[in-house]
Structures are given as C-alpha cells and as structure tokens.
Design a protein around this ligand. Sequence first.
Ligand SMILES: Cc1cc2nc3c(=O)[nH]c(=O)nc-3n(C[C@H](O)[C@H](O)[C@H](O)COP(=O)(O)OP(=O)(O)OC[C@H]3O[C@@H](n4cnc5c(N)ncnc54)[C@H](O)[C@@H]3O)c2cc1C
Length: 373
Amino acid sequence: MEKTNITIIGAGIIGLACAYELSKKHKDILIIEKNPFFGQETSSRNSEVIHAGLYYQPDSYKANLCIRGKDLLYALCASHNIPHKKVGKLLVAKTEDEIQRIEKTYNNAIKSGVEKLRFITKAELKQMEPDIEAEKAFFSPETGIIDTHALMKFYLDSSKNNGAEIIFNTQVIGINKTSTGYLIKVQESSGDTFEFTTNAVINAAGFDSDKVAAMVGIEPDKHGYKIYYSKGQYFRIEHPKKFRITHLVYPPPSHTDLGIHVTPDLGGGLRLGPDAKYIDCVDYNLNVADKEIFYKSFRRYCPKLELDDLIPDTVGIRAKTQQKDDLFKDFVIEEESKKGFPNFINLIGIESPGVTASLAIAEQVRSLLQKTL
Ligand SMILES: Cc1cc2nc3c(=O)[nH]c(=O)nc-3n(C[C@H](O)[C@H](O)[C@H](O)COP(=O)(O)OP(=O)(O)OC[C@H]3O[C@@H](n4cnc5c(N)ncnc54)[C@H](O)[C@@H]3O)c2cc1C
C-alpha cells in the first residue's frame, strides 16, 4: 500500500462510526488499530447506556450530539436488529441538597432540549422501583441500554461492505505533513515498520488522541488537547434476581462524573458503577477494597443491598480534557486547517456520551472534511 484517501486512527466506537458514515460516500478508507481486535479499550469498558442528554452544557457538542446521536442510534438499532432496550432512567435524591442537585440537572436538560422528562411522586417511584428509596425523583423515559459490541461490529461490517479496509496489530508511530496530505508511519506487532501517504486523517485514538495530535505537530498543552485519565470501576450484583430493579437508577451527578449508578444489562444482570478517580497512567486493575465504597454509596438508595451482593467486574478509563477542578469541557471535534493541517480531524476528549453520540459525531466529521476528497 502506498497511498490511501482517508486514514482513521483507532477502531473504537468513534473510529468505526466514522468509517461507517464516511464509507457511504468516500472511497479508499483505511482504519488502523494497534490491538488485535476492534473496541478493546474504552469502547468495551463502559456502562452501555444510550443517554438522553441530561447533563451537558446546553448547545455544546456533548448536549447536541448526544440528543441527535440518541435518535440516530435508536433508529439504526431498530432497522438493523442491534440489541438495545429503552428501559428509562430515574434520577433520585434523598436529602435537600440532593433534591436541589437533581432539580438543577432537570432544568439543564430542559434547556438543552431533552423531551419527555417528568418528576414523579414517591408513590409512583415505589411502584416503578419497589427496592429503591428516595424523597424525590425524575424520570427520563428515552434513556436506554445497548449492546456496544454488536453496534461496533455493525459499523465495521458495514464499512467493509462499503469498501473500507482495516488493519489490526498496527500502531501509528509518526505523522508528517506533505504537500498534498500526510505521510503516516506505522509499526506492526512484529516490530516491522512501513509508511504510506493519505489525503486525510481522522484521529480517533481515544485516550491516546493527544499523543497522535502531537505526532503531526499540534501541541496538546497549547490547544487544550491534553488528556487526563479518570478511572471508573464497576462491581456486579452476583444474584440480580434478588432485586426488583428494572430502570437505570442514578444519584445526582457531580461536576466531573455521573455518580455510582445501577445499570441493568441486556442479559438480565445488574452492575454498579462507575466510580471516578484521576490517575496518572492507564491502569485497568480493579481495587477490590473499594467494594465497601460502592456498597455504602448505593445502599443509601437501596437498603436491601448487602456487601456480599457485590463482585468485582470491569474498569474503564475516561479520556478527559477536563482536569479535576475545571468546569465543563466539551468534545474536541476540529478540522485543523487553521493550524496548518487541512483535512486532519482531531477527535479528542470523547468521553461519555461518546457511545450515544457516535453517529452524530461521525456526521459532524463528514461535514468537516473538505469537499475535494
Ligand atoms: C467508565 C465509562 C463509562 C462510560 N459509559 C458510557 C455510557 O454509558 N454511554 C455513553 O454514551 N458513553 C459512555 N462512555 C464513553 C464511551 O465509552 C467513549 O466515549 C467511547 O468508548 C470512546 O470511543 P473511542 O473510539 O474514542 O475510544 P476507544 O474505544 O478507546 O478507541 C480508541 C482506539 O484507538 C486505538 N489507538 C490508540 N492509539 C493508536 C495508535 N497510535 N495507532 C493505532 N491505534 C491506536 C486504541 O487501541 C483503541 O482501540 C463511558 C466511558 C467510560 C470510561
């Protein structure tokens, strides 16, 4: 291979959604993935929730692309039999402070254009979720769950059917601008390297996306592209049938995460998490001793929960441009002509709601690519 039209770096849900959307119109698309399979990092280590868009700053990419992405995703799932379920979500509060925080979230969601939300009475809550106790709650009927692996497989299979190609076990290690595009240097797992040229680059490298931007000469620190890792752990409820929980149940959010929530999955299981802790390097080890924190946190809303109900599950890493004390930070979705890199698209800080927004992000990427391609 000497030349390709569009190179997508990363076969997580974002790179694959871009491949799916772009391959409907563009030829010669190559996806490069360093792992042996697709979706082995953040895209397979998340809550698999289709978010309604409650939390994000109105008119931000996160809010707008979540709301659009959710609608696109439900339509796609229905037409292509991708497993999903609109289970609905309850945001619950016990104390006066928590009530104020869920009211703030509700008002934010209304400003963002989220529809069909409503506060419910205590009696209604008891009827909907007999094992959950709270003083106040609101209901988001449009929130759902999805089989993320099946969605990624659909994106990849469809892209391949449209002519896109993918190479695994191959890491992008260098990018140089040329007179007409970019020279990409890659290393295979054998250690061999090779180079090829491309007209356009989509950087969908997840928590390494700042490093990929730096390869072409875009300094992450200068442009707010530096990624900070926030680790999220999950514990699973060993015997889910013990609980009558059918909706997603969330506490009030903090300014950096959504709080430890319970998520029913499509197989009838129940998971608690994720928690959130900034870390210095990628680390997928789960701290079993944190079980007590999960237990205490969710037992406030579910008195029936016992410590021994919880068993360790998985860990995911949020790719955030937001540091601990920063306020809201949006997705970075930038075509970099202004920095001297035409048709180089950076997708950075694509944390939650990245799964939900994947198709809407891909649409945005398509509209940013120059028409000459
Ligand atoms: C704990 C947690 C819970 C979440 N819950 C939800 C949720 O319920 N709903 C929701 O909508 N979103 C959720 N998210 C967010 C969502 O998971 C992410 O937005 C999404 O998975 C990001 O996908 P990605 O493709 O950008 O990154 P990734 O899945 O990390 O993919 C990036 C890919 O790039 C590859 N790569 C990196 N560098 C290179 C290189 N140099 N060369 C080649 N390949 C490279 C990696 O191997 C990887 O496969 C959650 C995230 C976390 C961490």
